[in-house]
Design a protein around this ligand. Structure first.
Ligand SMILES: Cc1cc2nc3c(=O)[nH]c(=O)nc-3n(C[C@H](O)[C@H](O)[C@H](O)COP(=O)(O)OP(=O)(O)OC[C@H]3O[C@@H](n4cnc5c(N)ncnc54)[C@H](O)[C@@H]3O)c2cc1C
Ligand code: FES
Length: 502
């Protein structure tokens, strides 16, 4: 099998994980949690504390999904401005969004303290800053809305950055941590006493009933409740019309001069997000940004180059040692979807976290634990996964779904990218036409060629080559496949079938 090119994150390298077994045979538990990222592990941990027998089922290794690719800012500054939240969810909704995010940060702080997790959890200020007059005017509006929502924040002309800013919104008591160190400790707490963590076990089908049945190639799990904590829910189409997958990039290098620890965000579109992290006594700077829609660009390497250039130009960093990227899932109306799935009694979802999935993932654990235990949760109504808010984000909803429809047709009609195998360079993938049918062809460095169907096994859009990560990415709902067609990211659960070419 051809390996996906891995740009390793700072977290993966600095906190290696133990291996968990794969499922062997059938098993019965109270709750199956699909997905070993922050949402799945937090939910499973909290449910076990309530006395539930849980099984976490992860198709790769724990924390190799988006949680392994994060930059782990813990912030109340959501991707959707508070002014927009107040207009779409009312002032009470905006206040609840702020309060729930605060509650998630305090949940993490509480667990770090109680379990004595050594993960560098640190409270520090966050700064969203403006560099132009126009950005400054927008920031002033946002400052008013954020204060009304309950954030402890103030405008200042001083941000401790090595370049001038026009204005900054300083928010007190934000936080950062090493996400893998924190979550590996939670995983240790899940395993045992009738609860399990399984790796390398892919869920391929899910049947709701009494009990629910969760199918994997290694056995069937039966349970009362199922939590889909898979970044984007498996194979369900309705919810996917409200979710848009974007790719975002990060780089990290040693700081060669001082920089005050803090969470920093510029106001560009897409914005850059910046923080520091100490690893074995060395201070690193992490810079993220360069977001674009999944599958919309082939030369993804250029986003790393742009980010490196941005970093070197602004900060005392000369050598970039780490680069990595991942997907963020944007919700149609600006807030995560957490709760019971549509038409379900016992299937729960947690998705649409945007760029603040550390807090929304934690909040998912808190909300879903309460709901599965049959308790009220103060934030459950706000994040209700079945909600439809036709006005909020209506423009994006129409545009994004029109683009899915466009892709579905246009990519079928598009000219092939190569007509002959000799036009597929080593280490690259191209869509070719063979005997009147399109195939996705990848050539290894050794010259060996692999051909798979380009038709995404979710709902049939055509995949596109992603040069930076060496994967076939689907522009419609963000499924990703290895060069030889194995599923890397859902919602697809089936591989791209291999094709014979002469
Ligand atoms: C570069 C980058 C920077 C970010 N920065 C921040 C930040 O600073 N602050 C912040 O709050 N958020 C940030 N985010 C967002 C945040 O990291 C994510 O929203 C969050 O990690 C998502 O967690 P999750 O548990 O939902 O998903 P994941 O971590 O992706 O976990 C889902 C898991 O489900 C598994 N899975 C999927 N399908 C199946 C199946 N069929 N069977 C079994 N397992 C399956 C996957 O393999 C995966 O491991 C960032 C994201 C990226 C990519
Ligand atoms: S992810 Fe939905 S069609 Fe590919």
């Amino acid at each position: 099998m051809v390996e996906e090119r891995t740009h390793k994150s700072l977290w993966t390298v600095s906190a290696p994980a133990r291996r968990y077994p794969f499922l062997q045979g059938d098993l019965e538990v109270d709750v199956v949690v699909i997905g070993g990222g922050i949402a799945g592990l937090t939910t499973a941990y909290l449910l076990k504390q309530e006395g539930k027998k849980v099984a976490v089922v992860e198709m790769h290794r724990l924390l190799t999904g988006q949680t392994g690719q994060t930059t782990a800012h813990l912030t109340e500054l959501l991707d959707t401005p508070y002014a927009t939240l107040a207009s779409d969810f009312g002032e009470k909704g905006a206040r609840m969004a702020a309060a729930s995010t605060r509650a998630a940060i305090e949940q993490i702080a509480g667990l770090v303290d109680r379990l004595r997790i050594s993960c560098g959890f640190q409270r520090l200020p966050g700064y969203r800053y403006a560099e132009t007059e126009r950005e400054a005017r927008e920031l002033e509006r946002e400052a008013t809305a954020a204060r009304q929502a309950g954030l402890m924040c103030a405008l200042t002309e001083e941000a401790p950055l090595p370049y001038p800013v026009k204005l900054a919104l300083r928010v007190e008591d934000q936080a950062q941590f090493h996400p893998r160190e924190y979550l590996l400790a939670l995983a240790e707490g899940i395993q045992g006493d009738g609860s399990y963590v399984f790796e390398e076990t892919q869920v391929t089908e899910l049947y709701e009933g009494v009990p629910c049945r969760v199918h994997t190639p290694r056995g069937v799990l039966t349970c009362r409740d199922v939590v889909e904590a898979t970044t984007t829910p498996l194979n369900r189409v309705f919810l996917h019309t409200k979710l848009y997958a974007y790719r975002t990039y990060s780089v990290a290098g040693r700081l060669e001069g001082p920089l005050e620890a803090g969470l920093y965000y510029d106001s560009q579109d897409p914005y850059h997000y910046i923080r520091t992290q100490r690893v074995e006594g060395v201070d690193y700077l992490i810079v993220g940004g360069e977001d674009h829609k999944v599958g919309s660009e082939e030369d993804t390497d250029r986003h790393y180059e742009a980010l490196e250039e941005y970093t070197r130009r602004r900060f005392p960093v000369t050598r970039i040692e780490y680069r990595w990227s991942g997907q963020v899932i944007e919700p149609a109306d600006g807030l995560a979807y957490i709760g019971r799935n549509s038409n379900s009694r016992h299937v729960w979802v947690a998705t649409g976290f945007s760029g603040t999935g550390m807090t929304f993932g934690t909040l998912s654990g808190m909300i879903l634990t309460d709901l599965i235990m049959g308790r009220q949760n103060p934030y459950a109504a706000l994040y209700d996964a079945t909600r439809v808010k036709p006005k909020a984000g209506a423009k994006d909803f129409i545009q994004e779904n029109a683009e899915v429809a466009f892709r579905f047709v246009a990519d079928r009609l598009a000219k092939p990218e190569a007509h002959d195998l000799s036009e597929v360079p080593p280490g690259e993938g191209r869509i070719m036409e063979v005997d009147g049918k399109k195939v996705a062809v990848f050539r290894e460095e050794s010259g060996a060629v692999h051909a798979v169907s380009p038709v995404c096994t979710h709902v049939g859009c055509y995949v596109h080559w992603n040069k930076g990560e060496r994967s076939w990415d689907c522009p419609c709902h963000g499924s990703r496949f290895s060069p030889t067609g194995e599923v890397l990211n859902g919602p697809a659960v089936k591989p791209l079938p291999s094709k014979k070419i002469r």
